[in-house]
Structure formats: C-alpha cells, structure tokens
Ligand binder design. Structure first.
Ligand SMILES: [Zn+2]
Length: 107
C-alpha cells in the first residue's frame, strides 16, 4: 500500500455531511460564530466531501460576486475590455509583422 502523508487522515465519506454543509455555508456567509469557524477549520482538513463542497460553494459565491461587480461598475469593465482589445490588436500586429518577415526570407 502506498503511504500518502497528509491524505491519510482524509475521510472519503462524511457521516454528517448535511451538518457540515450548513457550517460551510455559515462560514462563507460570514454568519458563523468563532466556535463554528474553529470547528470548520479542524473539520475541513479531514473531510474530503466537505472540502469539495466548500470549494464548490466558494467558487459559486465568487462567480456571483464578480457578476454583481460587473453590473455595478460597467465603466471599469469597458476600460478593461478596451485594454484587452488593445493587447489583442498588438498581438495580431506582431503576428502579421512576423509573417511578413518570414515571407521576405523564404520568397
Ligand atoms: Zn464533513
């Protein structure tokens, strides 16, 4: 059997997953008590399904947050888009110049 330090204590099954998920949601909402946060930190290191659940909840919350910030600051998004388009154009320009150089060398 392979010895995998760190993951040895990880539970594959959670016997109280529902309770864990409630705790995870409370922590992510910021409504958890210090005791709950402490318990969560101890638990998250040993409970694989709850780590997965936590990561999922966190990514959902983060994607919602970015959506909200996009709605409330459209100007910033437009500026970012302009910068991105500018970089894209520069890359295309660089590519065109490279192709021309290659053509001059080989033709
Ligand atoms: Zn759990």
């Amino acid at each position: 059997m392979a010895q995998c330090s760190g993951n040895e204590l990880m539970k594959e099954e959670c016997e109280n997953h529902e309770k864990c998920m409630k705790m995870i949601q409370a922590v992510l909402d910021g409504s958890a008590t210090p005791d709950e946060i402490e318990h969560f930190k101890n638990n998250i290191e040993v409970c694989k399904p709850c780590v997965d659940g936590y990561e999922l909840e966190k990514s959902i919350k983060e994607s919602l947050k970015t959506k909200v910030s996009k709605v409330c600051c459209p100007q910033k998004t437009i500026e970012q888009l302009k910068v991105k388009i500018g970089i894209g154009l520069l890359l295309i320009l660089g590519l065109v110049i490279k192709i021309k150089v290659i053509q001059e060398i080989f033709i």
